[in-house]
Design a protein around this ligand. Structure first.
Ligand SMILES: O=C(O)C(=O)C[C@]1(C(=O)O)C=C[C@@H](O)C=C1
Length: 365
């Protein structure tokens, strides 16, 4: 057989497989529409029907990864299913997602990674605005950064939870690569200012000390804003993502300049609903205690007793006079789990204030 003939045989096979896949995807979409009807049928009169089910989505993606035999990588296959589910959910209910903008931020990438491309994303100017959009019902869900492996916690996000009634219903981890971006017409000697978000300047501190020790570093509200300025001002550069480079027509002068190659940011999905157990979950709580000897020990000891694995603890000074410290604690498991519910009940009793910020599936992708 000639090359053309061999290709024709294989392409015919691909065409017929595509046909099958196409039919199956639409069959799946019709099923999702039926799921939506069932959800509506069983909702109480006037009840807000919740179409988005993070626990089910996590289970679907975990199953995809577990049964995958290749040659496609587990993660690549899960990303394909992520998109299929995103489109199926959009048939049930088109979602609006507020994220810490503007367009081109890592938070936007996190939103797309978590929800897929079938949601309507709206960039907000601050973390507080993301919370407000969801609280007012303008957006169904919100996405905010919460911690970075190099720079630590995003204090703004934690502090906003203190006065918010929203729940955490998901998490996303994103590997963060920073690039030094300049205008197409820029030359080395022309860089006099480098713009970026304070967190990103921190994540590239050593690289900047080595390569641009005498250049002014200016913290701005987001990396995308930094890119926007670098595009407008001569003598300016930005530390930002590849997406921001494309958006603002900048070129990458130096790529992957983050000090630590494993630089990762964790984002939270916030929404009005509580999430059911997916079988592999995390819970975030906020606990305040008095400034007295043994207070922190009292908070932590029940976790140890119950064999609950803590993944993070963060303390923040209390804004009100009544709280001396606020502890933000993440641990493995769901608030409804038999070994966890009594620990939370106990904490509720012994703390000055206590809030369960939400139980949610561990990030799959
Ligand atoms: O199982 C459901 O509840 C569905 O709505 C179906 C489906 C899916 O496409 O698999 C879609 C949206 C939900 O967020 C979860 C899963």
């Amino acid at each position: 057989m000639s090359e053309a003939q061999e290709l024709e045989v294989l392409r015919n096979k691909i065409d017929s497989l595509d046909n099958e896949i196409h039919k199956l995807i639409n069959e799946r979409a019709r099923c999702a529409q039926e799921v939506a009807e069932v959800k509506q049928k069983y909702a109480a009169p006037g009840e807000h029907v919740v179409f988005y089910r993070p626990e089910r989505e996590a289970q679907v993606l975990r199953k995809v990864m577990a049964r995958n035999e290749g040659p496609l990588a587990d993660e690549s296959m899960a990303r394909l299913f992520r998109e299929i589910m995103s489109q199926c959910l959009a048939l049930e209910e088109p979602l609006n997602v507020a994220y810490l903008g503007p367009e081109g931020t890592f938070t936007q990438q996190a939103a797309v990674k978590h929800f897929g491309h079938a949601v309507q994303c709206a960039g907000q100017v601050s973390i507080a605005d993301v919370f407000r959009e969801v609280e007012s019902g303008n957006a169904n869900y919100g996405v905010v950064p919460v911690e970075n492996s190099t720079e630590g916690v995003v204090t703004h996000t934690l502090d906003t939870f203190v006065h918010s009634n929203l729940n955490i219903c998901g998490e996303v981890a994103l590997r963060i690569h920073h690039h030094l971006l300049v205008r197409q017409d820029a030359t080395e000697s022309e860089i006099r200012r480098i713009y970026s978000h304070a967190q990103s300047l921190g994540q590239c501190r050593l690289w900047l000390d080595q390569n641009y020790p005498n250049v002014e570093r200016i913290a701005v509200s987001s990396n995308a804003e930094a890119a926007r300025r670098a595009a407008l001002e001569s003598g300016a550069a930005a530390i930002a993502s590849e997406a921001a480079a494309e958006l603002y027509d900048l070129v990458m002068k130096s790529a992957k300049i983050e000090d630590r190659p494993d630089n990762t940011t964790r984002f939270l999905i916030i929404g009005p609903q509580k999430t059911l157990s997916s079988g592999d979950d995390k819970t975030s709580i906020l606990v305040s205690s008095r400034n007295q000897p043994g207070a922190l020990y009292q908070v932590l000891e029940p976790f140890h007793q119950a064999g609950i694995s803590m993944t993070r603890i963060e303390s923040r000074p209390s804004a009100s006079g009544t709280w001396n410290y606020v502890f933000f604690i993440d641990f493995e498991g769901h608030a409804d789990d038999a070994n966890i519910a009594p620990v939370l009940d106990n904490l509720r009793k012994i703390s000055v204030d206590f809030k369960c910020l939400g139980s949610y599936p561990k990030a799959v992708l």
